[in-house]
Write a protein that binds this ligand. Sequence first.
Ligand code: HEC
Length: 223
Amino acid sequence: MLKPSYTLVLLLAALAQPALSHGDSVPQAVDVTGLPELPEEMATENPWRETDIDVMMKSVEIGGKGYNSNCARCHGLEAISGGLAPDLRFLEADAWGDEWYLGRVLNGYEQNGAVKMPPFSDILSQEAIWAIRTYIETRADDQELASRQGELHDLQASVEGLKENPENAAIVADRLSEVGSSFEAVSGAPKSITALDEAAYLLRSDPPRINAAADALLSVIRD
Ligand code: HEC
């Protein structure tokens, strides 16, 4: 009686090994400090799909961290799938997409008795779940970003220029937002959040965070 199940345990442990070798493998709670608290009852639609810029940027920041520590090892870094699991950027940013998202995140997914995706209902708070959703659905097309390197270089140079002339921060921020809004979210969400929006946001803080904005832009410059 004992033997087969013991063998099974060993087998399962062996099977689990390869997955455990990819970066952060242990599911991790996400620190949601800075996000508004949500009512206890689970929302059925992303409460932060259309929200003010402070909550939006916080949610993308926290969601990005939560995504990287819990989802990226299967769904790919920056939400770009390497083929191991579906590319989540394409999940529609609407009520249907949210229902599907929530179902998978809370319950996980099993096929023929094998856990393909673990459930996150005990690990992630509601705020973390929707922050990750916000991060995923605001991703722009990485190839389009990559193909507009010339523009990104020019913008980066204007941000660098602010180190000498910080009084122009508001003008550069507006330009960054304008170009940023020309990148559509792959999910069809109302707005994509790229490094351009992050840089614009940093430049609008008081005082403007010029170095951080320059660094944010460097993250999308490939050469
Ligand atoms: C151990 C690997 C693994 C991890 C970790 C993982 N997933 Fe998944 N996920 C999968 C696989 C495999 C599927 C495909 C299941 C199926 O066929 O529907 C999937 C499916 C999904 C789907 C449905 C996608 C679709 O297009 O149908 C969503 C949404 C999802 N995962 C979200 C997440 C989120 C959010 C996280 C992190 C909190 C996460 N997953 C962590 C493996 C994983």
